[in-house]
Ligand binder design. Structure first.
Ligand SMILES: Cc1cc2nc3c(=O)[nH]c(=O)nc-3n(C[C@H](O)[C@H](O)[C@H](O)COP(=O)(O)OP(=O)(O)OC[C@H]3O[C@@H](n4cnc5c(N)ncnc54)[C@H](O)[C@@H]3O)c2cc1C
Length: 322
């Protein structure tokens, strides 16, 4: 095994956390297998992004106005050309919406196998062994894939702990001619309504699930949140019911959060929910069902009825805070 190519994803001029983790993972795999890491940066001006990259031996930059935002046709064209030209043994991407998009299309265009939703990755010789989430995480499957291959790695699989290496080489690659005759063009990024708070930036969250019963009961969670200096977030059914805005949804199709404290109130802990919060520093589960999977990730938990516990807890905290 010699070269791992990492597609570096960026948002508003910042390399994403998931991409930094993927770079660290690539570094670990390359060090273990005696290989090297190349980071591919596609942007109108790649230089500021290159400065944020750690863990690579070589940075490959492609600069073109069509690469300013994530325009799938443009990024696919460059990634496919780069894979064909540099023939990496493994193309590694973060398993984000962008990563999934590019992993599948690049695998097809370069005639490589693809594994996605990887939650563990190991390399031995020319075999990539991955543990993959199947059916939204309800099942885990182990796959052995022969290199060269493409893999999309779940956020959280690797820690972003690579350290900057001296003597990293930066190569500016020529933009493919295809970028001059694209069928699509980038118009506008429609930002999700941000709501009043950004739950991804909060240190403390009180998250309500379907167990809260009805919209009016969210006031109980709100009171607890205020006593804790926290913000209220929610599972998907609560958002689907219109009781909380989408901006507060935690999980696979919502936000990935990493607060210091996460209080899960009446949340069962479905894989799609856990995906968004399992990295929280301290997880408290309040759920009447002792077998609910939320207890598998909780640091402490109780099977109390939330309608008894929330007011009592809030009162106790308010007394202490007074
Ligand atoms: C493609 C896809 C994407 C998805 N994305 C997301 C996502 O982003 N986020 C997300 O959350 N879900 C997501 N889901 C849905 C997910 O599969 C679950 O259906 C959802 O997380 C369940 O929400 P819940 O835990 O609030 O409800 P439930 O599973 O119904 O759990 C309610 C819990 O409340 C407990 N409870 C009830 N009454 C009380 C009480 N009085 N006191 C204490 N406990 C009580 C019950 O024991 C139960 O465990 C997604 C699903 C799919 C297929």
């Amino acid at each position: 095994m010699s070269v791992i190519l990492v597609y570096v994803e960026a948002n508003d001029g910042t390399v994403t956390a998931a991409s930094l983790e993927t770079l660290s993972g690539a570094r670990q795999l390359a060090d273990a297998a005696g290989g090297s890491v190349e980071a591919l940066i596609l942007a109108a001006d790649p230089a500021p992004l290159s400065k944020q990259v750690v863990g690579a031996d070589r940075i490959l930059e492609v600069a073109h106005p069509a690469l300013a935002a994530y325009l799938p046709e443009a990024h696919q064209a460059v990634l496919v050309e780069t894979v064909k030209a540099r023939k990496p043994d493994l193309l590694l991407l973060a398993n984000s919406y962008v990563g999934l998009d590019l992993a599948a299309s690049t695998a097809i265009a370069t005639d490589r196998p693809v594994v996605s939703y990887c939650m563990a990755v190991a390399l031995a010789g020319d075999v990539l062994t991955t543990t993959n989430q199947v059916y939204g995480g309800k099942i885990e499957a182990v796959a052995e894939t022969r290199l060269p291959a493409v893999a999309a790695v779940n956020p959280g699989t690797f820690k972003s702990d690579a350290t900057a290496k001296p003597g990293v080489e930066t190569l500016r690659l020529e933009a493919p001619a295809a970028l001059g005759s694209l069928a699509s063009s980038f118009v506008e990024a429609l930002k999700e309504e941000s709501g009043d708070v950004d739950i991804t930036q909060q240190e403390r969250l009180v998250s309500v699930g379907r167990g809260i019963g009805e919209a009016d009961n969210i006031a109980l969670a709100q009171a607890l949140a205020e006593a804790l200096g926290a913000v209220v977030s929610a599972s998907r059914p609560v958002v689907d019911a219109g009781w909380m805005p989408k901006s507060r949804q935690v999980g696979k199709s919502g936000h990935k959060v990493k607060p210091k404290l996460y209080v899960a109130v009446g949340i069962s802990g479905a894989p799609e929910h856990l995906e968004g919060m399992r990295d929280a520093g301290f997880i408290v589960a309040i759920n009447q069902d002792a077998k609910a999977p939320i207890f598998d990730v909780a640091h402490i938990g109780t099977t109390c009825d939330l309608f008894d516990l929330l007011p009592a807890l809030t009162e106790r905290l308010n007394t202490r805070n007074a």
